[in-house]
Design a binder for this molecule. Structure first.
Ligand SMILES: Cc1ncc(COP(=O)(O)O)c(C=O)c1O
Length: 419
């Protein structure tokens, strides 16, 4: 695999959404690898190294990674189909949109789901988890590490501790799509049984790879099922021998792996696990960038969606618009300055359709078609290369653009008010 290249990606708008994120030239170049036989020994060793490096990022010695073509959502299917049987009980700790999705997926597989729902901006209380676990036997509990709809960070170490104390047989599953490689996860030490994620966020690779890492306890639960796995493509019984073969530097076939994406993932993982910035320094860089960005946003008058710093993600920020401003005041202006951010998606604080005419001149009113989507908040991603490569200056670029945007957005409104 060649890393000696002069490839530079085309100029583009700065992608600062909470995934997909900016990727390095090395990763994009690796994605352009010439076509390879998926059973060749060259490809097998690259795939095998990806398996090992994935395990290392989660500080695990013996957990089993599953890498397959798909997105983060496929991780929900893998957990639902492989670790649960119809009519078994699962408890979902729900901090937003992605908790809703995981619960919905589990129910699709006939699992009986109970949910503990946090307030918007908060996490589920450990005392409530304890009560729920004492009231019923749950085969599995799920927690979203960072709910990307609210930028709320859950204390998964604490959740796993409560489970170990109250219901040690319950499998602890973490949706870490928006946290792997931007937040610390110590799978073995914390007692986590499955971590599901995807390539396009902290892992700094284009989208298209579903990554699930299962503890040996989870693999035992798979082996001890009394009913067959109710999935074909997502069945770990099919994939386990394939993953083992690739890790042994041989190859086996069940369904085509996303060959080029594996090369891209390998380039990114090599940088994350063996590059000049250690894993620990990477987590600190995310914390530092997050603090700096959130402080700058607060100074400008934005309020964060999470209730406190303790429950705030380090790889992204969710901000309410200041009073009197809406998404259409901010997001297009950032876009004009070459920065892409994301709107809100949490059902109770995302946009609703409202008719308004006080905020706009007539000409603007006509172009926005009279109906204006009133978002209450928006989301900014700050993960991966945008924070670990300070030479890029991505965080400062966004802070500066946000300040300019706010000034411009407030200006016409002041004009109307003073008329
Ligand atoms: C926490 C979380 N879970 C699951 C998903 C679904 O992942 P994907 O969009 O890759 O299917 C996302 C996507 O943003 C996410 O943030």
């Amino acid at each position: 695999m060649s890393t000696n290249h002069n490839f530079v990606q085309a100029p583009h708008k700065l992608l600062m959404i909470p995934g997909p994120i900016e990727v390095t030239d090395e990763v994009l170049y690796a994605n352009a690898h010439p076509p390879m036989h998926l059973l060749s020994s060259d490809f097998a060793s690259v795939f095998g190294e990806c398996i090992c490096m994935t395990r290392n990022i989660l500080y695990s010695k013996d957990a089993q990674p599953f890498l397959m073509a798909g997105s983060g959502t496929l991780g929900w299917d893998q957990v639902s189909a492989n670790l649960l049987e119809p009519d078994e009980n699962a408890l979902v700790l729900n901090c937003g949109y992605f908790g809703d999705g995981f619960a919905d997926c589990l129910q699709t597989y006939g699992v009986k789901v109970d949910q503990l729902k946090a307030e918007v901006g908060g996490t589920v209380k450990q005392s409530d988890i304890e009560v729920a676990l004492k009231s019923k036997k749950y085969k599995l509990i799920t927690a979203t590490h960072v709910d990307t709809s609210t930028a709320v960070l859950s204390d998964i170490k604490g959740v796993a501790e409560v489970v170990r104390k109250v219901s040690p047989d319950t499998l602890v599953v973490v949706d870490a799509v928006c946290s792997v490689a931007s937040e610390e996860i110590q799978m073995d030490a914390w007692g986590i049984d499955a971590v599901l994620t995807a390539s396009q966020k902290g892992l700094g690779t284009p989208p298209g790879l579903s990554i699930v890492v299962a503890s040996q306890k989870a693999i035992k639960a798979l082996e001890n099922r009394s009913t067959p796995v109710r999935a074909y493509y997502a069945s770990w019984k099919k994939w386990l021998p394939i993953m083992k073969a690739y890790e042994a530097d041989t190859a086996a076939y069940f369904a085509a792996p996303p060959v080029n994406l594996i090369y891209a993932y390998h380039a990114s993982l090599s940088h994350i696990t063996q590059g000049p910035v250690s894993l620990e320094e990477r987590f600190k860089a995310h914390k530092d960038a997050s603090r700096r960005f959130k402080k700058a946003a607060e100074d400008l008058g934005f309020k964060g969606v999470p209730f406190s710093e303790e429950v705030s993600a380090n790889g992204m920020t969710a901000l309410y618009f200041p009073d009197g401003l809406v998404g259409s005041d901010i997001i297009p202006r950032l876009l004009e300055q070459g920065i892409v951010v994301a709107g809100g998606i949490h059902s109770s604080i995302k946009g609703q359709l409202r008719m308004t005419c006080s905020d706009f001149h007539l000409s603007e009113l006509l172009t926005v078609n009279l109906a204006i989507l009133i978002d209450k908040y928006f989301r900014i991603g700050h993960m991966g290369v945008s924070v670990v490569d300070p030479k890029r200056g991505d965080i400062d670029i966004v802070i500066k653009a946000l300040a300019k945007t706010l000034k411009e957005a407030k200006a016409p409104k002041l004009l109307i008010e003073t008329r």
